[in-house]
Design a protein around this ligand. Sequence first.
Ligand code: FAD
Length: 318
Amino acid sequence: MPFLRPRPRRPSQSRHESDAPPTFGNIPGVHDISELFGKGRPLFSFEFFLPKAPEDLDKFIADVKELKSLAPDYVSLTYGAGGSGRDRTVEAAGRIQNETGLTTACHLTCIAHTRAEITAVLARLEALGIRNLVALRGDAPKDHPVAPPGERDFGYASDLVAFVKKRGGFQMAVAGYPETHPEAKSPEDDLARFARKCGEGADWALTQLFFDNKDYFSFVARARAAGVTAPIVPGIMPVTAYSQLKRFQSMCGAKIPHDLEERMAKVQADAPAVLREGVEWGARQCRELLDGGAPGIHFYTLNRSHSTSEILARLRRR
Ligand code: FAD
C-alpha cells in the first residue's frame, strides 16, 4: 500500500487532534465517534470487509495498520451474518482496534439474529473495547432463511437501534439511501422509515454509494425536513474497474451518470487509466460534497487502498 505522510498536527482543534490522548470510556485512543463531528473539519472513515479465508486475517490487519498513516478518523468493518462470519467479524473488529489503535466501528446486522444472540454479540464487542456500531437490518443470508418481519425478533434496523439504545454502551450509525432502498414502497416511505430509525437513537448516518451528488443533497434536505438532525455522511466508492459500474447498478440500484459511463468506457481496456479516471471522478465528487456541507466522507475501500489514499491526499492538499 502506498505510504502518505500523516496530516500535520495543528495546535488545537478537536479532542482528536490535541496532544492529550483521546479516550472513550477508559480505552486510550478510542473515540466516541459522534463527538468528532461539528469540530469544523470533515471526518474521513474507511470501510473494510473481512477476508473470506481465515488465514488472510493477519495480512489484512497488517494492511489496515499501514493505512494509519492516512489518519482516518475511524475505520469500520462490515458484518457477515452467515455461518462463522458473525464470530469472525466481532473478533476481527476487536483485533483491528486493539492492534492498530484505530477507532473501529463494527457493523451489526439483525435480520438473522434473536434478541439473545444480539445481546451476546454486544457483550463480546464490549469486552473487546468496541464502542461504535453501524446498526443495520441486513439481508437474509443465503445459508440462513429468515422469518417475515413481524415474526422475527428484529424486523428492521430501527428495532436494533432501539434495542441497543435501551441497553446502552454504544454509539450507532445507521444506513441512509439517497436513491431510495431497493425494497422500499416509495421514496417518501423510505425517508419516513429512515427518520424513524434516526429518531430511535442513531448518532450519525452513512449513505449507500452514489455517483450523482444531487441525490445526496436532496436526500439530506428531505431528511432535515423530516426532522433528522444526525450528521449524514456520504458513502463514496472509488471506481477501479469498468465492470464495477454495471455491478453497482444491479446490486444497489446506483444510477451511473452518462459522463462517468462514457469516460470509463473510453479507457476500459487500460487498467491504470481506469484507476486515474476513478480517482478524478471520486476527488471531484468528494470536493463538491464537502463544499456543499457534507460532514465528511465514508470511503468504501473494497479493501483496496490506492484510490482512497489518492483521493484523500487531494482533498487534504487543497
Ligand atoms: P432498514 O433500515 O431496516 O430498511 C430496510 C427496508 O425496509 C427499506 O426498504 C425500508 O424502507 C423498509 N422499512 C424500514 N422500516 C420499516 C417498517 N417499520 N415497515 C416497513 N418497511 C420498513 N449489509 C450487510 O450484510 N453487512 C454490512 O455490514 C452492511 N453494511 C452496510 C453499510 C452501509 C453504510 C449501507 C448503506 C449498507 C450496508 N449493508 C450491509 C447493506 C444493508 O444491510 C442492506 O441495504 C439492507 O437491505 C438494509 O439494511 P438497513 O439497515 O438499511 O435496513
